[in-house]
Design a protein around this ligand. Structure first.
Ligand SMILES: [Zn+2]
Length: 420
């Protein structure tokens, strides 16, 4: 058991008791009776604030060694370059790249990541070793080749069989890369495969204006309408980007209860657009969350940076400072994501899984009469996150992550895979 003593939770100084993977109790400071029991580790948290661990709802962790390989080019040119580079990667590369991504995520306060990448058993191994919670999707991306569809169907079935041996901090999901890179028959197969097994479906949707134009030309409707026509959309779908949306698209995504993931930095950097329709999606009933996307487009996995940019761009393009209030920014990075993934995470409350950031407020960013959340998102950086607990265990203490030096050394070797 861990007792976080004198930690601030929602403006109240409290004692938080963690038992196994869960938050067992949150009591007024000084009233936890277990303090002197032998099996309790007492951590003094005076001046520190507990925040739910962030959830990165769209990433490709294995791209952590691809920073900077496609700068200053448009999305479709960028994607061709990525696919060329990805033809060189192997399982070993993905293992080390994902370990590096996990290191970065822990240091920047992410405790759960929703991943979409190749060689998922290696991502599983890396996430388990690092102690992070993960949702790992088998990627369907046949690039319109029927033979590749068949190969991926068989591999998907084999991968799914591995799940019985997985630890409960990892969840299997199905990724359908996008409507332009997966054959219709395969989209239907993947949807049926996921839905009949209660798995989440993770898909890139309406990321670029070109995707809309191409879909209109090919199917006579928008990507959202096309997916709805195929019966794909539902509350089990996590749609990354949803950037180029008509009013009808917003209504469909809301009605189907889809989780829409805003990846603001990736969209800005690839010049895909910035007018994410946050307020409309929220009001229509969609579940809006945040993600970083992979490091080849967003260049880092920092959720605090994503939260700040998302809010600022939203306020700016709408000329409305109330467009994305601070409490909603926090919810998008935490409890909305828990809902989207169907996991008991994203809240600091009794009974929830213990995924907790301990934020040190003893620095210039927090000495103010303003709200803690605003100071955290708009002023502070992730170096204020002193320690991280995931699934009831410390995975970073006082900014130290076990094995950090070795992870960096191994990543330096693995990056050579991309250069051969
Ligand atoms: Zn992506």
């Amino acid at each position: 058991m861990i007792l976080l003593k004198n930690i601030t939770v929602a403006d109240k100084v409290s004692d938080v008791l963690i038992k196994d993977a869960h938050i067992a109790s949150i009591l007024p400071a000084g009233s936890a009776a277990v303090e002197y029991e032998a099996d309790v580790e007492v951590v003094d948290c005076i001046g520190k604030v507990a925040v739910p661990g962030f959830v990165n709802m769209h990433t490709h962790a294995g791209m952590s060694l691809m920073r900077g390989i496609g700068e200053d080019i448009l999305f479709h040119e960028w994607l061709s370059r990525i696919w060329e580079v990805e033809s060189k990667i192997d399982a070993d590369y993905v293992y080390h790249a994902t370990k590096l991504a996990c290191l970065e995520m822990i240091k920047t306060g992410t405790t759960t990541f929703n991943d979409h990448y190749w060689h998922m058993p290696m991502a599983y191994k890396a996430a388990q070793e690092m102690g992070l919670r993960s949702v790992l999707a088998y990627v369907i991306c046949d690039r319109n080749d029927p033979q590749e569809s068949e190969r991926q169907k068989q591999q998907c079935v084999r991968m799914y069989e591995l799940v019985s041996s997985w630890n409960d901090t990892a969840t299997f999901a199905i990724a359908i890369h996008a409507i332009y890179s997966v054959r219709e028959e395969m989209i239907l197969w993947a949807t049926e495969f996921a839905r009949s097994r209660g798995l989440r479906i993770h898909i890139h949707v309406s990321e670029t204006e070109k995707e809309i134009e191409d879909c209109m030309a090919q199917h006579g409707c928008s990507p959202v309408e096309y997916l709805d026509r195929l019966g794909v959309l539902g509350p089990d779908v996590i749609a990354a980007h949803t950037l180029w949306l008509s009013d009808a698209d917003v209504e469909i995504l809301g009605k189907r209860g889809v989780t829409c993931v805003h990846n603001v930095n990736s969209n800005l950097k690839l010049a895909s657009g910035y007018r994410f329709r946050y307020n409309e999606l929220r009001d229509a009933g969609a579940n809006v969350c945040l993600g970083t996307d992979g490091c080849a487009s967003s260049n880092n996995l920092d959720m605090l940076e994503t939260m700040k940019t998302a809010a600022m761009i939203q306020k700016a393009w709408r000329k409305d400072p109330s467009a994305m209030p601070i409490n909603e920014v926090m919810n998008m990075a935490t409890c909305n994501a828990g809902k989207g993934l169907g996991l008991n995470i994203g809240r600091i409350e009794e009974g929830a899984l213990a995924d907790i950031l301990i934020v040190d407020t003893d620095n210039y960013n927090f000495i103010s009469p303003g709200s803690f959340e605003a100071n955290l998102v708009y002023s502070a950086h992730s170096d204020s996150i002193e320690s991280v607990i995931c699934n009831g265990k410390f995975i970073m203490r006082n900014r130290v992550v076990e094995g950090e030096k070795q992870i960096l050394a191994d990543a330096r070797v693995a990056v050579q895979t991309l250069l051969n």
